[in-house]
Design a protein around this ligand. Sequence first.
Ligand code: CMX
Length: 136
Amino acid sequence: MLKKISHIGIAVTSIDEATPFYRDVLGMECEGTEVVAEQKVKVAFFVVGESRIELLEPTAADSPVAKFLEKNGPGVHHVAYEVADLEQRLAQLKSAGVRLIDERPRLGAHGTHIAFMHPKGTGGVLTELCQPGTHG
Ligand code: CMX
């Protein structure tokens, strides 16, 4: 079962430039930034209730977020749902014929385990499932 919307990922060209809007104008607390090497992004999390806004800045020209920015410019990149049993959920999605980008969990920010479904199999929304790791 999906527990909540973990976060909404927003692609930006610069976290430093985007931060004042979220922190100062909208008044959201910034939990800090982190480089997620495996995904070739730098991320910043902003708290909104039980969910987060995740700003995504590419760290390499071949980052999936760099490609997204080239094609679309800044904007909503993905929606992430929290689950407690990621491997089981992936098996279930696979047997339901959903197109998965990651058949096995990968490592995301804060030691979270993550996996993406392809936007072509979800009605156009890049969709992530995530399971908090030891660091929450
Ligand atoms: N949302 C909706 N559609 C998207 C999309 C997105 N974020 N990214 C790509 N697409 C669409 C494209 O518009 C394109 O559609 P058309 O064929 O109709 O033009 C299609 O998907 C293929 O896209 P592409 O630009 O050719 O890019 P790729 O196929 O090389 O990669 C994807 C797309 C989704 C497979 C790749 O970005 C990926 O593997 N993403 C998952 C990993 C990721 O995004 N990591 C960054 C975040 C990490 C984190 O949050 O920690």
